[in-house]
Design a protein around this ligand. Sequence first.
Ligand code: NAD
Ligand code: UDP
Length: 345
Amino acid sequence: MNILLTGGAGYIGSHTAVSLIEAGHDVAVVDDYSNSSDEAVKRVEKITGRSVNLYEADVADKKKAMEILKKEMPDCIIHFAGLKSVGESIEKPIEYYRNNIDTTLTLLECMRELGLSNIVFSSSATVYGDDHTPPFTEEMSKGMCTNPYGWTKWMQEQMLDDAQTASEKGGDWKKPLSVVLLRYFNPVGAHESGLIGEDPQGIPNNLMPYISQVAVGRREKLTVFGDDYDTPDGTCRRDYIHVMDLAEGHVAAAEYAAGRSGTEIFNLGTGTPYSVLEMVNAFSKACGHEVAYEIGPRRAGDVQDSWSDATKAEKVLGWAAKRGIEEICRDAWNWQSQNPNGYNN
Ligand code: NAD
Ligand code: UDP
């Protein structure tokens, strides 16, 4: 298939590009480089030995999006493009709603006009909110989100599903849509080559890039946000999934989306939670030295526990995560130690 990745120069998109190409698909990428650069795509080409059609554009810009989609006429769109920082979304809600919602609306309008029918969307476990006790299953109702970023995911899921329902009735739609909503848990790690990985701008918000930067000497120590939760070691638990497992989940999802119609939701997680301190210890083993940390106060908005029930993806897509925390920490360290300053080496 010919698959277009919006936001394909980013962390998850670049790893997915590798897996798609290795599975025999052709890949095109559109990105505005607001949180990335073309270097990641060059490295994807290096890893795979194949070229990627690369477009620099804002996906919300309908004129440009139409030009690109008309040229590519992809069998499937995987929509990664979006702003993703929880903290920043609280400071800049308008920018988050504008960018994340507009990219999806523009894509849907273009798909309707061009008769394109398959879309896979990057959603998040954040849509479960804190209304449920894990493991989270796809049948659970969406919850109350704790920040604007989460609400953009919540709303984009709704918009895609509403468009799918309308497309079943015909009208302006040439074909019924096939929508796959992927709810990621905590993507971490890097491609095993160490050529691509997570490269956050500024101070990392997320745990794993923060630990990696302490381990490589870019930061002094990690602050663990709270050790007074009701968990075995007092720190929060998450479902950390290797980004290459996640990438392979997208290959299965794109292949599943083709040739059907409807909306289907899948959790992409491992089903196994680890605490913050377990991750710090696993990383220390992988890098061969202690990762310095101190215990700090809780971070506002954090849920204590989040992990998936990952059985639906296994049953329906035939996909399950294969890599554990040893591989996660090994590959994250391999990337960070080879690229201490990310892509700006
Ligand atoms: P990322 O920031 O590395 O990648 C997103 C890419 O989208 C970037 O390359 C950015 O430049 C691009 N982009 C943003 N707005 C754009 C626009 N209007 N037009 C074109 N390109 C645009 O983030 P990521 O970690 O790879 O996440 C990919 C997707 O997965 C995002 O939608 C994110 O919200 C979602 N997600 C990520 C996580 C996570 O922990 N990384 C968890 C759940 C969901
Ligand atoms: N965390 C931490 N210190 C940090 C960053 C994160 O203790 O510098 C904790 C955070 O409180 C949460 C876990 O690590 O319990 C995962 O946080 P992350 O931001 O990576 O993912 P999310 O909270 O969005 O699931």
